[in-house]
Design a protein around this ligand. Structure first.
Ligand SMILES: *[C@@H]1O[C@H](CO)[C@@H](O)[C@H](O)[C@H]1NC(C)=O
Ligand SMILES: *[C@@H]1O[C@H](CO)[C@@H](O)[C@H](O)[C@H]1NC(C)=O
Ligand SMILES: *[C@@H]1O[C@H](CO)[C@@H](O)[C@H](O)[C@H]1NC(C)=O
Ligand SMILES: *[C@@H]1O[C@H](CO)[C@@H](O)[C@H](O)[C@H]1NC(C)=O
Length: 422
């Protein structure tokens, strides 16, 4: 009897599955059946706290040191400081990154300690980027529970991964924290492997995280990777922002824009520049004097006022990682919006004028070319057994989580990842 039942059980489950699935997604499932999820949010969504130590010597007004030794305060995002002309220069300085040539690595400004808020929870990024609240609520609607089988991995978005062999103390710390989080999430959920869900820059970090985690570990702990709104080769929008920052230099203390004063110091600023592997020799920026393709980004950065050292770091630190964007080996579903006007070509006729933009297809941010390249870079990679690309017409870069029609699709793909047998 027993033996027969054992034999029949998989069959019964298989047969009953379609009926199971027919129910609408709002029907809460038995949480015990679900694989735990860890979410990696996009650029600038994670909140950061800072504290000033005795080592801090303000370059801006001495009053910037007022909080020295007085404990943690909100650094990102601190609306009060952003709106107070007296605090803004302090804020812009304390948020900067510095490159330390001796260590060969980026670090915080001396005397400024920075940590992410609420690592392990979604509370560390929901306040800054409310579209994740909608995603979390939708996941709760299908049986997930924030803190039980649903977790968040905020990160200090100013930093980026570095190629192997180069020091990246900060990213290494993130990798070990995330590994622990994934292991704990699994342990608390019947040892089931975890589904990683990323959005935008979170996808680049998740890829680097997986690349730096041994294959047996990946196979044991990662059931599936659902990468939302990330292409295989950067975005032309980053070049437009670069050109704009030259034509109309952001005011000193500008901390919000990608290539604003403070943004320029971030290691992550170069991360989304178009990849030569994807855009090849297509002209992306056209000026009177010459055309720039993805191969010419070093020259473009120099024309935009980056120092020789900064351009060298793009070449030696960012570019190898961009070129190495590859298959994570664990099962992947990529989900991207398409059919939304997306900057594809930048005319930068006159250094002093705002660049003109020609639009193509994409999600408003990520170009279709970058999305389609996933099929080759991940899909055709030998050893990448499961790869699925989902294109959602009319979904924008963040609308993909915020708009009902797109989010429902994202959630249904996450549910499919839960039950997929590879
Ligand atoms: C915002 O920053 C200022 C100083 O830069 C600090 O005094 C204040 O406490 C911060 N706000 C929060 C909520 O931490
Ligand atoms: C690129 O990826 C391969 C395979 O994951 C790895 O062996 C190599 O070290 C990586 N190169 C860099 C520069 O990170
Ligand atoms: C720049 O690119 C445009 C558009 O592809 C092309 O028409 C033009 O000939 C190119 N200019 C140069 C100097 O290569
Ligand atoms: C996308 O939006 C446009 C304009 O609102 C609409 O005409 C089109 O039918 C939509 N396409 C899809 C597939 O929803």
């Amino acid at each position: 009897m027993d033996v027969q039942l054992h034999r029949l059980l998989p069959l019964l489950l298989l047969l009953s599955w379609p009926f199971f699935r027919r129910g609408d997604h709002s029907a809460a499932r038995d949480a015990a059946d679900l694989h735990p999820i860890v979410i990696l949010p996009g650029h600038s969504c994670s909140q950061l706290d800072a504290r000033l130590t005795e080592e801090y010597e303000p370059a801006a007004p001495p009053s910037c040191g007022a909080r020295k030794g007085k404990g943690w305060f909100r650094l990102w995002e601190n609306r009060t400081a952003l709106q107070d002309p007296a605090l803004l220069p302090c804020y812009a300085e304390q948020l900067r990154l510095v490159y330390d040539p001796v260590a060969g690595d980026y670090r915080n400004v001396r005397g400024v300690d920075v940590r992410v808020v609420s690592f392990g929870t979604t509370g560390g990024f929901i306040p800054r980027c409310p579209s994740y609240r909608k995603l979390v609520e939708a996941l709760e609607g299908v049986g997930y529970k924030d803190g039980g089988n649903l977790f968040g991995a905020p990160y200090d978005f100013r930093y980026g991964p570095a190629p192997r062999g180069q020091p990246a103390q900060h990213f290494a710390h993130f990798v070990s924290s995330l590994r622990l989080l994934v292991e704990r999430a699994s342990a608390r959920n019947g040892n089931k492997p975890v589904i990683l869900v990323s959005h935008s820059q979170g996808g680049i970090n998740a890829m680097a995280f997986l690349d730096q985690s041994p294959l047996p570990w990946r196979r044991r702990y990662v059931k599936h990777f659902v990468m939302v709104s990330t292409g295989a080769g950067g975005i032309v929008t980053a070049l437009r922002a670069l050109a704009s920052s030259v034509s109309h230099p952001p005011p000193p203390g500008d901390v919000l824009s990608l290539f604003g004063n403070t943004g320029r110091s971030f290691e992550s600023t170069f991360l989304t520049l178009p990849s030569p592997k994807v855009f090849a020799h297509t002209p992306l920026v056209i000026t009177r004097a010459r055309n720039y393709s993805a191969y010419d980004i070093p020259e473009l950065l120099a024309a935009a006022g980056f120092s020789d050292d900064e351009v060298a770091r793009y070449r030696t630190r960012t570019l190898p990682g961009v070129l190495n964007f590859s298959a994570p080996i664990v099962p992947v579903t990529c989900i991207n919006g398409v059919g939304v006007p997306t900057p594809e070509l930048v005319y930068w006729d006159d250094i002093d004028a705002e660049p003109r933009v020609v639009y193509g297809d994409g999600d408003g941010n990520v170009n279709l070319a970058s999305v389609l390249a996933l099929d080759t870079v991940i899909g055709k990679y030998l050893g990448q057994d499961y790869y699925k690309s989902v294109l959602i017409p009319n979904a924008t870069h963040t609308g993909i989580l915020a708009d009902d029609f797109a989010r429902q699709r994202v959630v249904s793909e996450i549910l499919q990842a839960n039950t997929a047998v590879y």
